[in-house]
Design a protein around this ligand. Structure first.
Ligand SMILES: *[C@@H]1O[C@H](CO)[C@@H](O)[C@H](O)[C@H]1NC(C)=O
Length: 439
């Protein structure tokens, strides 16, 4: 009799849990709090956030930081997070959205210190002794519990892979790149130790979080090589899920002379074999990670490169690139545009050319992604631009991929760069909704 009641209770506990929305899939919504600093239509406050929440099972608060001297977890922006109480305002949203889990994320390429070999060294130092790990874990527990979060996400800032370099001018560079740079340069001599210590950190974190049932999730950042830093089988028992940010293989900052589709689903000719979504997913699945804990990240922005006078754009990769494109009017960062910034440039027009002169290149395969470009116009003194971007259609392809592979769900990166005001159409959060609908 008692056993039956326990079973029944467990059954209801599962029903109540977060994993029942959207066909049983997890929808992780990343929220970059720095977007409150943007101006005008780009400003992202809690009123802008709310319309997204009915679609999200998890809201990830970006970001917390590691303090260099103590290696403890601390707020990234004390003034905004704590003094202006944004932590509390966000975790209090659970009153209105009782199924929502709110998770505090550490790292995410927003907590950056040092340069060269010292860049983000503290992320490796935390791992290197059990005393350091303990200091980090205790401070994480205090922060999560103290502000009412449901758990922690580790978007750990491991060293990135070295970007491809172009030695020859353009022309036959793509094939020469392949030959010259397929050998990896060592980026972290203690990589193997760091990988094992990271698994220890997660195991110890699990022990500390268990009494409160706090969630532990991981986000693998773009250009962090999973085969180097993550042991899927070893991590599996201790994490609730892992999000793979399998995009940004080429960025104008890392690759000023080389551009590509934003996040191709499958292997394309002449790329490194792990520069696509499917290769990342396969690495995790083939190395003992459960499919029902694996989540695919979907970007909500475009990357832009400047085009020179003699650019050749009839194929991908294009030739004649010259670093990051001009900042967008809302996001004001070189080389990146939010989805609404992209759509305002490319929408409308006839024959695939928008009124502002961008030619849109469709992708009949639904596997590569979209790009659009505008050649430089010397007379009007206008810069040429090449944009690789995600939009509702490419996000839906990724949602469909997740469904067909039986993965746990998707993670939007991030809400603040989606069309949260509905300027592209009257549809707020078009990318989020399209991806969710495909699940
Ligand atoms: C990732 O590391 C593996 C070796 O573990 C290497 O073969 C591969 O080329 C690396 N990928 C990138 C993009 O650097």
């Amino acid at each position: 009799m008692e056993a039956r009641i326990v079973t029944l209770l467990a059954f209801f506990a599962i029903l109540n849990c977060c994993y029942t929305l959207h066909n049983g899939k997890v929808v992780v919504c990343n929220y970059e709090t720095k977007a409150h600093l943007r101006e005008g239509q780009g400003k992202f406050d809690l009123a802008a956030l709310e319309p997204a929440l009915q679609y999200c099972t998890h809201l990830i608060y970006g970001y917390a930081a590691i303090k260099e001297d103590t290696l403890k977890l601390v707020p990234l922006n004390e003034q905004f997070d704590v003094i202006r109480d944004n932590y509390r305002h966000v975790t209090n949203l659970k009153v209105k959205y009782p199924n929502l889990k709110v998770i505090l994320s550490v790292g995410g390429n927003e907590d950056v210190t040092g340069e060269g070999a010292e860049k983000n060294l503290k992320y490796r130092q935390v791992l290197e002794s059990s005393a350091h790990r303990l200091a980090f874990i205790n401070s994480a527990h205090t922060l999560v519990k103290g502000f009412g979060f449901d758990g922690i996400d580790l978007a750990w800032e491991f060293p990135e892979t070295k970007p491809k370099k172009i030695k020859t001018g353009f022309g036959k560079f793509w094939s020469s790149v392949k030959k010259t740079f397929s050998g990896e340069t060592v980026i972290d001599e203690k990589a193997e130790e760091h990988r094992d210590q990271f698994t220890s950190l997660i195991r110890e974190l699990k022990t500390a979080f268990k009494p409160d049932n706090f969630l532990i999730t991981l986000t693998v950042l773009p250009n962090v090589n999973s085969t180097v830093y993550y042991d899927p089988r070893g991590l599996a028992p201790y994490v609730d899920f892992v999000t793979l940010q399998a995009f940004d293989f080429y960025t104008p900052q890392r690759n000023p002379k080389l551009a590509d589709f934003p996040a191709p689903l499958y292997d394309l000719i002449d790329r490194r074999p792990d520069e696509n979504v499917d290769a990342w997913i396969k690495y995790w699945l083939n190395n003992g990670f459960p499919v029902n804990k694996l989540i695919l990240g979907i970007p909500t922005y475009g990357r832009t490169w400047k085009l020179d006078e003699d650019a050749k754009v009839d194929s991908v990769p294009p030739e004649g690139l010259d670093g990051a494109g001009a900042p967008g009017p809302l996001t004001k960062d070189a080389g990146i545009l939010s989805y609404p910034e992209v759509c305002l440039k490319i929408r409308g027009g006839t024959g695939n050319v928008s009124p502002s002169g961008y030619r849109k290149i469709p992708d009949a395969t639904n596997k590569k992604g979209f790009y659009a470009y505008k050649l430089p116009d010397g007379e009007k003194n206008e810069e040429g631009v090449w944009i690789a971007y995600e939009d509702p259609q490419t996000a839906a392809s990724k949602g469909a991929y997740v469904k067909s592979k039986g993965l746990a769900g998707i993670a939007l990166d991030d809400l603040t760069l989606d069309d949260f005001r509905g300027v592209c159409s009257d549809n707020k959060y078009a990318i989020l909704k399209a991806a969710v609908a495909a699940l």
